[in-house]
Design a protein around this ligand. Structure first.
Ligand code: GLC
Length: 624
């Protein structure tokens, strides 16, 4: 990703010409999408004028990086990116603190950091930062915009990209627009969905499912004598994208933040941004028009910036957010189904669904880039392919119940220590919270002082990471996972957080434990070191490039998953035993494979794997 001297001088001459050229290539489509949606050429003209303004204001350093990335559109589609997501305060106190910790981030091999929401919010009522009060102000205790710019500059010097959330579906009810709307200013009321009677709200409720049925029931909130659409929490007011003023202003906010040096925008809750009576208000065609317009605007003003779509839905809903190869929408999407399927496999020791999921993902066009992860700041929802599972004799409701029970440690042979989230007493539906380490049994083994169980739990934890690293795309670690950090129960004593079990895995980063890495017997050392080895293997072997052919192999052993990657004569097999028991498989392969982790030659005619272990087998037949 490093810029060469030539790159540094490129892209700056005739600057406005660069903008105009990019515009020329895209304006016909942008105009037709915009005026098709809004029938307002005056607002379109305003948008174009503002785009030019934000382009002119964009720092030369960022423009150089735009030019460089434009010249290599696959810059983010290699095997050298590794992300880590973190809360600024939990990780390092504030933005300046993060800057001081960049060496640690580099040591962990990370070159993309996702800073969890850091914009201005109201204390207490903010959904972990996703109820923004001011899109142009940093949360006071974390610093200010100058600190953000300093951090992005410092990161770019080290070739580290910064990802930030853009929560565009809603604002906080303390946002200037919401306040003016409540004061009766109709110009601002039109930016939301505010009704005088419950007639229309009731009609919406007939077809719109609830996101948080237990912690924030209902789609509407009574505010004074009005009804306000609040899909998420009562203090998160949904924006009305039928109003072109909303779209334009949110684009300006986006470009403002892009000019502070943000490289990747995570489009929070993107499927929800268009509402239509009589529908479920999810994934409507207009959402795709808006995302496509955002993509075109990005390509014109700041083409070095990537759009990461947060689409926590079943796979057939996710993939359309890539758009088409000719008319792309998001650059990157969260691989949410693979994440949930990996955890399902942990609980069942049955790899059939995971194998099928790998096959689905790897059959997609290689231009599509997924962000792969095991855990994030949210809960794990069980959005699995239940039609497939029915053939494996797993019925949806019973299976969800089993999975939840497994991860809270009360059913199956489970060492997990998770907690339920949004458990609906009526439907019995619930989701799971907890860190990777706690879900893998590290917490329990540590409480029990059981060394053998600890070794097994660490093996499972590492194996899940190794499995995730088999996929093309951008792997994203959850801060703390690199040292096996367990759940944090302090949220239970905090009145602002205790109702939201997601805080179980949103604890402070434990620098006191991180320091234990100097002891080679510590779990922190073992996990950190082994993850680094795996990431190096991934970055150093061309079979991990996205153009590789990827296939799963039937092992006739339910607990063992085999994923093969092939490119230019290099053949790599990831072999993963999801059972705690030893398993043997008989691959149809000739000998000559080296395990890249241990460096040993491994006889593959009869391959035996102890419980929760894996191999990354490699054979180079390129003759190079
Ligand atoms: C996204 C965030 C989640 C938040 C929701 C509403 O799904 O990941 O944490 O609750 O958006 O903003």
């Amino acid at each position: 990703m490093a810029l060469t001297r030539e790159d540094m001088s490129a892209g700056l001459s005739g600057q406005l010409e660069v903008f105009e050229n990019r515009m020329k290539q895209r304006q016909a489509e942008l105009k037709s999408l915009y005026t098709g949606l809004y029938q307002n050429s005056w607002m379109y003209a305003e948008l174009i004028g503002e785009m030019e303004k934000y382009y002119s204001e964009r720092d030369d350093r960022l423009k150089r990086s735009d030019a460089y990335r434009e010249s290599d559109p696959s810059w983010y589609r290699k095997n050298d990116m590794l992300g880590m997501m973190m809360y600024v305060d939990n990780f390092a106190g504030d933005l300046r603190g993060v800057r001081k910790k960049l060496s640690y981030i580099e040591e962990a091999g990370v070159n993309v950091i996702h800073l969890m929401p850091f914009l201005d919010i109201e204390k207490g009522r903010n959904d972990g930062g996703y109820a923004v009060r001011d899109f142009r102000k940093v949360r006071k205790d974390l610093g200010d915009m100058a600190d953000l710019s300093d951090l992005t500059t410092a990161c770019h010097k080290r070739d580290i990209c910064i990802c930030a959330d853009f929560a565009l579906n809603h604002t906080s009810d303390k946002h200037e627009w919401a306040i003016k709307a409540m004061e009766g200013d109709s110009e601002y009321a039109d930016r939301y969905f505010i009704y005088d009677t419950d007639e229309i709200p009731n009609q919406y409720d007939e077809t719109v499912p609830q996101v948080f049925p237990v912690t924030a029931p209902g789609n509407f909130t009574r505010v004074d004598d009005k009804y306000v659409l609040t899909t998420f929490h009562p203090y998160q007011w949904d924006l009305n994208y039928k109003n072109s003023r909303v779209f334009n202003e949110m684009v300006y906010n986006f470009l403002y933040l892009a000019n502070r040096g943000i490289d990747i925008f995570r489009l929070d809750a993107i499927p929800y941004i268009w509402k239509e009576l009589g529908t479920n208000c999810r994934n409507l065609p207009e959402v795709h028009i808006i995302v496509r317009m955002l993509r075109l605007i990005t390509e014109i003003v700041c083409p070095g910036v990537l759009l990461l779509g947060e689409v926590v839905m079943e796979p057939e809903k996710v993939v359309p957010y890539f758009g088409t190869v000719e008319k792309p929408e998001c650059h990157v999407l969260n691989n949410v189904t693979t994440m949930a399927t990996i955890w399902h496999t942990v609980a069942t020791r049955d790899t059939r669904l995971l194998r099928n999921q790998f096959d689905i993902v790897t059959a997609l066009p290689k231009e599509y880039v997924f962000l792969n992860y095991l855990r994030c700041h949210d809960d794990i929802g069980w959005g699995l392919d239940y039609a497939f599972l029915a053939d494996c004799e797993m019925e949806e409701n019973a299976h969800k119940k089993y999975l939840n029970n497994y991860f809270i440690g009360v059913e199956g042979y489970s060492n997990s220590r998770g907690e339920l989230y949004n458990e609906d007493p009526e439907t019995g539906d619930a989701r799971i919270c907890g860190t990777t380490a706690s879900l893998c049994g590290i917490e329990k083994a540590s409480m029990d002082g059981d060394k053998e169980a600890m070794a097994q739990a660490i093996n499972l934890d590492i194996m899940l990471h190794a499995c995730m690293l088999m996929l093309s795309g951008i792997p994203m670690l959850y801060s703390g996972d690199e040292i096996g950090q367990i759940n944090d129960y302090t949220y239970l004593t905090n009145p602002e957080k205790k109702e939201d079990a997601r805080y179980l895995h949103r604890g402070k980063f434990r620098w006191d434990l991180e320091r234990k890495r100097i002891n080679h017997r510590s779990k922190e050392y073992r996990i950190f070191k082994r993850l680094r080895e795996l990431e190096r293997i991934r970055a150093n072997h061309r079979a991990f490039l996205p153009e590789a052919e990827v296939l799963t192999v039937n092992t006739f052993e339910k607990s063992v998953l085999v994923v093969g990657r092939y490119l230019d004569g290099e053949k790599i097999y990831g072999v993963f035993n999801f059972s705690e028991h030893e398993k043997t498989i008989w691959p149809d392969e000739d000998e000559g494979f080296v395990d890249l982790v241990s460096g040993d030659m491994i006889p593959v005619k009869e391959l035996t794997l102890p419980g929760y272990t894996f191999f990354i087998l490699c054979k180079d037949e390129s003759g190079k």
